[in-house]
Design a binder for this molecule. Sequence first.
Ligand code: BES
Ligand code: ZN
Length: 630
Amino acid sequence: MSKTLFFLLLAIFFHKTFSKEDPSTFSNYFQIKQKHIEGHFQINFNTSTIISKVKIFFESLMDGELIILDSKSLKINSIIDPDTGLNINYEYDTYYSLPSLGTPLKIYKSYSKGQNISIIINYSTTKEGGATQWLTADMTTGKKYPFMFTQGESILSRELIPIQDTPNAKITISLGITVIKPLRALYSGLYQNYIDNGNSITYFYNQKIPVPSYLIALAAGNIDERIISDRVKVYSEPEMVDSAKNEFSDTEKFIQIGETYTIPYEWGEYNILVLPKSFPYGGMENPTLTFATPSILAGDKSLANVIAHEISHSWSGNLVTMSSWKDFWLNEGFTVFIERKIAEMLIDEDMSKLQAIFGYRAMINDIFNLGESKTFSSLNPYLIGRHPDEAFSEVSYEKGFNFIYRTQNIVNKYANFDLFKLILKKYFSKFKYQAIESKKWKEHLYNCINETFNQSIYNNIIKEIDFDYWVKTPGVPKYKNDFNNSYAADADKYVNDFFDKKYDKSFNGTFSKWHTNKKLYYLLQIHTNEKGVDDEGLKYLGETLNLKEGYNSEINNEFFKIMLDNKKLTYIEELKGFLGKFGRMKFLRPLYRGWGSIDKASAYTCFEDNKYWYHPIAVRLIEMDFKKLK
Ligand code: BES
Ligand code: ZN
């Protein structure tokens, strides 16, 4: 093939595949849009598969003869036209298949503009599918029954359902889930009723608010529940359910504070499912059913900000959704902003500033790793030909947060009252149920400012906000917010003692009374100090302050990072214990990388010992991290 022809074909390929708002989907959602899914899932623990039938309802936006859906690792059995009962022709378009995006499923069905049509797909998931983790009984907390759960974000829902897997095509859903007795099935929607089939039960759920495909989530296992308030419950295996109830007892208050900065909670219920230890994230905002890691069951509610974060997604992300992964910061930045408002109201402003300091440090770290001049370190990463998870970093969260926080301060400074809160409330009521780009937020913000101020003040405010700079520029933002606070100031004195080698036993009493975040700040200051930590210092932290085991998971994690970044393997047995305790990627990835950079072989052996119960997403990413190590 000639070079010119090759590049011409390549150009056509990229054009055909990616010339739409969301480059992470193969679907032709701009021609015909999914609106509703009705389905039935049969959970089969013997084969680790789900046998499914879904009826998808579409609205045609133009004439056409083809529906293209996203799919990956699915086995399609038949596609049927519900009007005629006849089979519809379909094929996998393997020519466009990509390991990251899956294989387009072409369905030959014609439609005319404005027409509503539906199709029925009979299919099953396969063992290769990465959307689901199947845990055998020994991988659960109770060790008696198997457990399964799904993860849709970012683009894994196509491994669960053939679907337009783009946040741009929101859907309502009603679903029946059949599971063997005595197990129970949960879904990210409101529970309706059940049918007893003898050996199994079918549970019915509805999600009447249109949601993006990545919020489709289910779980099944030996699941118990406790009530927290009229609209709040916790679910988990029976062994954890009481501690979960205690840990999350403030949830109702979190929601009420969230409502004061946004609009009333629309989802009916807010439930939390604490998963077995392999859950790879801190939390996932599945509507009416937040998924959470058991590593936040600290016993003192000090890690409940993860719940405040997931609740905040009830507005940013779940009601008002980014229209593609490029605007992921719209989901996460606003969510972190609301999360920190909850911390501010529930504890105090200094506590939320303390969290903003951690966030800022983590962001700087990620910016340097991603490259200061690369679009991945901007709020609008260039994603064509890339998997959205590749761009995932603290940038969307913390640069997003810093941008919104600064905008708030500017607007409120000119207004002399909390005008920003009103702007936010209007934003949520105006754009709820929609999927939007950054520029919609910009227009809304500008309009609100314009309505409030005269032309010359308007001009000043817009200039100070510098919207496009924040959204487009990669690297460390040139504007810096002030997060000085009393917790940090007090902890800094003790950090000085540490570096003066005042390894005082009695500090333990003071330290143990501090809030977890203050402890974490103390450790972070030690961690990032260029003086480093010697054997004696590490022993002080590990043994005198006793941070090496049996402590809060975030604190253990920070302790082990200090150890590894100082190139020490002193408490390697304790580290192994920790790596066997939780499958949360936030802990595993940096710890394996740190250990691997000192002794790759032994780190990899530990990974191999645990791999069987780690989540497929975690396994994939840790393998990748090991490959990058020398
Ligand atoms: N939506 C995210 C989790 C996510 C992001 C899953 C991208 C898959 C792809 C969730 O809301 C989140 O941000 N969780 C954080 C919690 C934290 C910021 C308090 C986590 O898991 O650590
Ligand atoms: Zn989030």
